[in-house]
Write a protein that binds this ligand. Sequence first.
Ligand SMILES: [Zn+2]
Length: 524
Amino acid sequence: MFDVVFNGAFIVDGLGSDPFRADVAILGGEIAAIGHDLGSSREIVDIDGLHLVPGFVDIHGHSELRAMVDPGLYPKLLQGYTTELGGNCGVGLAPVRHEGRVDLAKEVSGILGLGPQDWPWSSFPELLDHLGSMNFGLDLGLLVPHGPLRRFVMGERSCQSATAEDLSQMAMLLDQAIEAGAFGLSTGLFYDPCCYCDGRELEALFSVVAARGGLVSVHQRSEGDGILDSLEEILSPAERTGARLQISHLKIGGRRNAHKLEAVLGRIGSAVDSGVDVAFDQYPYSAGSTSLYSLLPPRWMGLDFSLLRRSLCDKVDRSIIKEEMENPDGWDGVHSLVGWGGIYLTSAQREEHRPYLGKSLEEIGRMRGEDPFDSFFYLLSEEGKALTMIDFITSDEMVEGIMAHPLQMFGTDGLYSPCPHPRTFGCSYRVLGDYVKGGKLSLPEAVNKLSSRPATRMGLSDRGTIQVGKKADLVALDMDAMANMADYGHPDRIGEGIPFVWVGGKLSVRDKTVVGLGGRLLRR
Ligand SMILES: [Zn+2]
């Protein structure tokens, strides 16, 4: 006797096969049979005419803090995500010293959102234990974030090169974290303090992950002018150490760099040919989103905030920073790629700054009657590091060019800023509602890129496809009704066309409502 039989759906198995009509039986949270006339069951669910697909796996998430205050993680679960790999971009919650918790909480709030007041962890294994005591809407695995790791070991020296002693300490803590269940390492070479690391440090950390068979996920130093050098910077340690490399949200920023797509994909292809285990994720939008602070040149980003604040208010320093931002040399100057008209403010804590939310820096400059650079310096000096932005850095053609590649898979990179990028609530609806219904991707291909590929990349062999013996993480799709509703003006609107989600066979979403918490912390 089965627990549940789903009757009459078109099955999209996640492997890329054409949809076929069959019933699916669940027993003990697993798929027990697929076929016709499967026999008796305690419950029959008639989903005639709907598509049944494997639960989506978000290989690029940032939900670890949000999960503590919204365990259902509805922004993800309502999109059909049943597994997430969090801790990406080198940003995260551990390790952290007791006295550093308030600062870290403030710093990550634009990306990870607001969490509980109390942080009862210091080390990464303690963070895993804390999350391990909770239930969530979906399964949540974590990468060890390079930023906090570096700051924990190097303290005030974290804007310098690491010493041999620093490297061995970081390596030891990383190894302990992976042993405790982390999936690998993430770094954000574009961000402070990861941007101060050199090739030696990358190689040391990649080797630890390689020895444990984990994944290294990298937000590259440059996604614009310097993208080819950036690619080299991470492919060579991956090649030398054998680490499995996941390039985060692959894109090429700035119109002037669009011609580099072929060279970038070619270089990744040649790395594969020479034996590097590399793939990449992508959010299907032409705009990115990150901290406003990351627009600063690295040497200013690394200053202690009280010192930086003084410079941001100083006329002479302002003109030096402006000059460097207009002519970036060896770093990714997002402002120089898109201009102030392409950068929109998406968070502000101070009441008097709320009218600027959703406005471009160009508009904000006009509202304040000043150069947008001065508005940028003013806002940073008043609000600190937590401010976030949306930047229109690439084009739909670029998004589609990358999406078509066989090494591509989707990831949301969902941030929890107050006025988020629509990818947080809408990524899978965008794929299914816009790209599949718009004829740019077939449904089997899209499901493969949303489920099976990221699951395999995470090393999870128990999910990602509809096959006997796999975990019963399942999503019902109504492709007639399927529509993406989230856009830049309404980023948190939930799409149409995902009526049910089951996590481990447990009904978890019905009518756009979280009705079950079938997920838990995943340890690798
Ligand atoms: Zn990210």
